[in-house]
Design a protein around this ligand. Structure first.
Ligand SMILES: Cc1cc2nc3c(=O)[nH]c(=O)nc-3n(C[C@H](O)[C@H](O)[C@H](O)COP(=O)(O)OP(=O)(O)OC[C@H]3O[C@@H](n4cnc5c(N)ncnc54)[C@H](O)[C@@H]3O)c2cc1C
Length: 367
């Protein structure tokens, strides 16, 4: 068995690590010049989005032998709509860094594998198919899945973000769901440390947003964060992504091609979380390749999570700022704590179940 992994990101590296542990040596082809050679940004692993898993970092290490050090745990989340706020306190998840930093998640995974990585690769999927018996597509987007007609596109999002300097509480993450700043989207402040944070704005590419200028909205958001934190927050680094694809594969494996990470559809369309599922999908593809499980079956819970998140995303597209105000107000206190902190409840599953008929009535959702 000759295995090629296309992409040295979260899912591709997790796949390689797991194959190695089981005595199989794959080869990785990465288009960039080193692992993590991309913009730097802050991301989060939120327990509420990975239920029934309670602690992603512990689960990755205990269940899958993948060891990651987050930047910090999250002990407080501040949620803002246009006129309301909710503060949830307790252990909510973790923050981490991505990209070219030494301690980014991809760099940490890169250090856990001895697999040969061919950098600056321009091999196509077709090249790899002809040279290897098995191909793991881990390129971080659904492009190949779409090209091979194995992908249902549900959404694309444009994102603008920056690293800012200031004074932050590293245990607190802030999120804004305010359509005045980000129509049908969301904004985050994720600290890297007490002195640096990532701020970002994500705007879905919906027909309703065709006249939206992300640059202008970014300025509104940047101004809002500075006045809310009463700090200057000078920008030291910036990134922008247009039309970031979200969707899901019809089949996670076709012949000897495995679709992992965002190629499968691990990026939740609700708030854009996909790190944990991406890593796990890489592990599961490796299990199948090692004869330890069936990739289709193993991926079913992740498919369900995606579909649940899609219901919430479609619901967001029918809300107004007044509706968001009501939602955020209701999360302050008992309900927020119950949803975010009761480990036995999967709120995304429950909400999706309750909202499905509403969405079916409004638009029709595919599952
Ligand atoms: C701005 C932003 C913020 C996010 N925030 C969060 C968050 O807070 N929490 C969360 O859980 N998720 C978040 N996500 C989603 C998460 O980052 C992704 O779901 C996850 O990284 C996907 O992992 P992957 O392995 O599919 O792809 P990646 O980790 O992106 O890796 C893909 C790799 O493939 C390489 N590659 C691409 N094309 C080729 C090619 N043709 N040949 C060879 N190599 C190729 C790339 O260079 C890269 O190294 C965010 C995403 C973005 C863009």
């Amino acid at each position: 068995m000759e295995i090629a992994i296309m992409g040295a990101g979260l899912s591709g590296l997790a796949c390689a690590i797991t194959l190695e542990k089981n005595g199989i040596s794959p080869t990785i082809f990465e288009k960039r010049s080193k692992v993590g050679d991309r913009f730097v940004n802050g991301e989060v692993l939120l327990d509420i989005f990975t239920r029934p898993v309670q602690d992603c970092i512990a689960s990755l290490s205990d269940e899958y032998g993948i060891y990651l050090k987050p930047t910090s745990s999250i002990q407080k989340m501040e949620l803002y709509s246009k006129n309301e706020e909710a503060v949830i306190e307790g252990h909510l998840g973790f923050t981490n860094i991505r990209g070219r930093e030494e301690d980014s998640f991809e760099s940490q995974l890169g250090q856990q594998t001895k697999t040969q990585i061919h950098f600056n690769s321009n091999k196509t999927y077709e090249d790899l198919l002809s040279e290897y018996t098995h191909v793991v597509l881990a390129t971080g987007d659904g492009a190949y899945a779409k090209e091979t007609k194995n992908f249902r596109k549900d959404l694309s999002v444009s994102i603008k973000g920056a690293t800012v300097e200031g004074s932050f509480d590293r245990y607190t993450v802030m999120a804004w769901i305010d359509y005045y700043i980000s129509p049908y989207g969301y904004c985050f402040l994720i600290p890297y440390s007490e002195k640096e944070a990532c701020i970002s704005i994500a705007i879905p590419d919906l027909p309703e947003n065709k006249d939206v200028n992300i640059g202008q909205l970014w300025e509104v958001f940047y101004h809002k964060v500075r006045s809310q934190l009463k700090q200057e927050l000078p920008i030291t680094d910036q990134f922008q992504i247009t039309n970031y694809l979200m969707g899901i594969c019809h089949s996670p494996r076709i012949g000897n091609t495995f679709y992992v990470g965002n190629n499968f559809g691990t990026m939740m369309p609700f708030m854009g979380f996909g790190q944990y599922a991406s890593i796990v999908s890489g592990v599961y593809a490796a299990y199948d390749l090692c004869g330890l499980g069936d990739y289709h079956t193993l991926m079913e819970p992740l498919r369900q999570s995606y579909e649940d998140a899609l219901v919430l995303r479609r619901t967001m597209e029918h809300l107004s700022n007044e509706g968001l105000d009501r939602m955020i107000r209701s999360l302050q206190g008992y309900w927020g704590e119950t949803l975010f902190l009761t480990k036995t409840i999967n709120p995304i599953r429950v909400a999706s179940y309750l909202l499905r008929p509403y969405i079916k009535m409004k638009k029709g959702v595919t599952s």
